[in-house]
Design a protein around this ligand. Sequence first.
Ligand code: SF4
Ligand code: SF4
Ligand code: SF4
Length: 334
Amino acid sequence: MDDDANNRPNGSNGKKEDAGIPFSIERRKFLALSALGGCALLNNPREAFAGKEFHGWPKSYGMLTDFTKCVGCRSCERACNEYNNMPGDGSSYEDSSVFDTVRRPTAQTYTVVNRYDIPEDPDNPVYRKIQCNHCQEPSCATACPIQAYSKTPEGAVLYDEDLCFGCRYCMVACPFLVPAYDYDSPFEPKIVKCILCYPRIKEGQLPACAEACPTGAVTFGRRSELLKLARKRIVAHPDKYIDHIYGEREVGSTNWLYISGVPFEQLGFPVNLPEKPMIELVKGFLSSVSVVFTVWPALFGMVYAAVRHRDEYFERDKGAKPAKPTQIDKGVEK
Ligand code: SF4
Ligand code: SF4
Ligand code: SF4
């Protein structure tokens, strides 16, 4: 693992050892205090939200999903749920009718695979695996008032449920609509999202989904190497790929990258995102005003309304037409 991993800000389990909140304070008491505007951390919001520039860990790992190789087998979904002890959404992994609905990650599953019909090529639908993109400068972490999120040098964005008090600002802030909330545990708030198989990569193992993928559609590696691989494929097969590596620049770049044979908007991706991370867009404001609990979510709401049509995107994604079932292409190269 990296040299820079030795300088990780958190403990080896990815949880904060000290985020400035005494662990003796029960979360519900903390929630009540916060509602009264008594959150001590917010007395110094400049350091928390707008202080230092950070452009990702240079040796971090990531994943490359190549949609031209994905056959929709959902082995990645199964492997993720089994490894992470997640129940899944209740559908059988063999049941192709699951593709009749466009799904999203939920509190029951970190990742799902959807099928998108391509009008220009109706016999060849595209399958898209969705999960957290592990942003280099994650807006979920920026929005969290108590730093329950952390970005590790390995690239994973982790979440500490012991710190969370359920405000769900992270859900609002994520430009990819990823964090899910476990509504079955109203008194034990729990945000759920992909963890890049952090315990596995710390042990030198592949993420479960990458290991399970039979076609090589999901590749794990250093982000810098994945970018080279993605470019190499695009240059070698310009007829097969569009000239865009999604995640190379979007919202300050992400550790999960994508290449595709069709434009990303046809796969439900938000494509009008700024190249700057969200914190870059708001830090001038944050440096000049005293941010209080009531201002922060409103601020994020305004920023998102300005930079993208979130609801529009969500509605379009929900309404995307499912493709007809097709046979799995067993000839896809590894
Ligand atoms: S995709 Fe969303 S949840 Fe994942 S790191 Fe980025 S902002 Fe956070
Ligand atoms: S990296 Fe791990 S946690 Fe994330 S989708 Fe893949 S198997 Fe699931
Ligand atoms: S395991 Fe690989 S080929 Fe199968 S659905 Fe997942 S990404 Fe696609």
